[in-house]
Unconditional design. Structure first.
Length: 453
């Protein structure tokens, strides 16, 4: 058993090294990109940088996204945040914690950020282990391009002083047992960081002056839970995807080639809304994971509970009440009377993609989609129509840090999925009918629209 465990650990570490080595992405910290480059002073060293990103045109970003980006770029380990090395799970990242009133940064870091009042607010991951920085950044922006699917947490490009990073790595190695996988992944990363200009993967990890590391700094969600209904076991990524395809009851509904009215009741109640939302989430997850060549999804899906309600003061064109979603119960008594809590998917672990094994594609999950959110379908096809433009390519290479090879892979996946779903729709095998407003409107169901102009 110990021999098997060591073999598995070596395979995972090696896979991260080889997967990341496919693409090179030298990062110039001060190259113009984003809407703003924020400098974070480091005593006696070069200032670190954080990029407030541009937003893709017509994508569904929200005001809270811009607020989160600004919050991330305001984090400073010398003034308002405590940074500790990640010593659990598998990724050798850095966790950023708040500093409670009455405490100092030194006190929080000296206690390994274990103070219960020091909340983890962000996490810094780079292209190490299974992680790939452009995957983290890409999921955030692609989520918004496709209408906000997956509630992917905002991420920004961030640099971190190399010597300070190495010091935290040494701390992580001292705190973790040598037989644990997290120790092994820290060992792998430290070999690269300490090699500096001689590192074999320096272009994936270090700025062009070799004085800082670079990666993605992401908002850390709160109060999320593992979405157990989205996992059906399996010993490896392919087995997990196959088990989900063949054994998951929500997937079976998404794959059922029948009218949505026969699958989900039209009365606005918790059971019907939950079923519809789960179907939306499954189809959305398959789409975005196939586009992004996600290797490590199943077992890494989270959920949060939101209030769903019909708003009597916000009506659709046909006079029916729109379905609203909120973290808090609505204040309006009429709206509150129809509100109930529903599980909603949260895709927060998105680092193992782009250059990895495309588990969803290999399992043919997109081939089984028979129902999809019409907004996701429309935005997917629109993205496919503009994906070859210089503006679209430039966005993904500048804001997401895709290499030309990364973009070519993403582009192939995008065209394959968009073409596949459009063909299925025109042949009657797919319906863009997972529409909460329309389904619970009390009006007759409209014919599916497969075309996007």
């Amino acid at each position: 058993m110990n021999r098997l465990l060591r073999a598995m650990q070596f395979a995972i570490v090696s896979a991260g090294v080889l997967g990341a080595a496919i693409a090179l992405a030298t990062f110039a910290a001060h190259q113009p990109r984003g809407t703003k480059i924020v400098s974070i002073p480091v005593p006696g060293k070069n200032a670190e940088t954080c990029v407030v990103p541009k937003h893709f045109p017509d994508a569904l970003y929200q005001d809270k996204d811009a607020e989160a980006e600004a919050k991330l770029c305001a984090l400073d380990e010398n003034t308002n945040a405590a940074v500790c090395p990640k010593t659990n799970s598998t990724n050798p990242g850095l966790d950023w914690h708040s500093v409670p009133d009455g405490s100092t940064i030194a006190q929080i870091t000296g206690g390994n950020c274990k103070n219960k009042d020091a909340k983890k607010v962000a996490k810094y991951k780079l292209s190490s282990s299974c992680s790939y920085t452009p995957s983290i950044l890409g999921y955030y922006h692609l989520s918004r391009i496709l209408g906000g699917i997956g509630d992917v947490p905002p991420s920004v490009i961030r640099t971190y002083d190399l010597q300070n990073h190495i010091a935290l790595g040494r701390k992580a190695l001292a705190e973790t047992p040598a037989n644990q996988l997290i120790h092994q992944t820290w060992m792998s990363l430290m070999a690269q960081l300490t090699a500096g200009p001689n590192a074999t993967r320096r272009d994936l990890l270090l700025t062009d002056d070799f004085k800082q590391s670079y990666g993605a700094l992401s908002i850390n969600p709160k109060k999320e839970e593992i979405y157990h209904e989205f996992f059906n076991g399996g010993a490896n990524p392919q087995a997990k995807a196959t088990n989900f395809r063949d054994k998951n009851p929500i997937m079976a509904l998404v794959a059922h080639n029948g009218d949505i009215d026969s699958l989900v009741g039209r009365e606005f109640n918790a059971a019907n809304v939950q079923k519809m939302v789960q179907m939306q989430d499954v189809a959305d997850m398959i789409v975005i994971d196939t586009l992004m060549s996600q290797q490590d999804r199943f077992g890494n899906v989270a959920e949060l509970e939101f209030f769903y309600y019909q708003d009597p003061k916000d009506l659709s064109a046909d006079g029916s009440k729109k379905v609203k979603v909120s973290k808090d119960k609505p204040d309006d008594p009429q709206a509150a009377a129809s509100a109930f809590q529903i599980k909603k998917m949260l895709l927060k672990d998105n680092d193992c993609g782009v250059t990895k094994e495309n588990a969803a594609k290999e399992a043919g999950l997109a081939d089984h989609i028979a129902h999809i959110n019409p907004e996701t379908y429309k935005r997917l096809r629109k993205l496919d129509q503009i994906a070859d433009s210089s503006d679209t390519k430039s966005f993904f290479m500048s804001e997401v840090l895709f290499t030309p090879t990364d973009y070519s892979s993403f582009r192939r996946n995008l065209h394959d999925v968009a073409t596949k779903l459009h063909k299925a729709c025109t042949q009657g095998h797919l319906r863009p009918d997972l529409d909460l407003d329309a389904h619970f409107s009390g009006k007759p169901s409209a014919a599916p629209n497969c075309e996007v102009h």
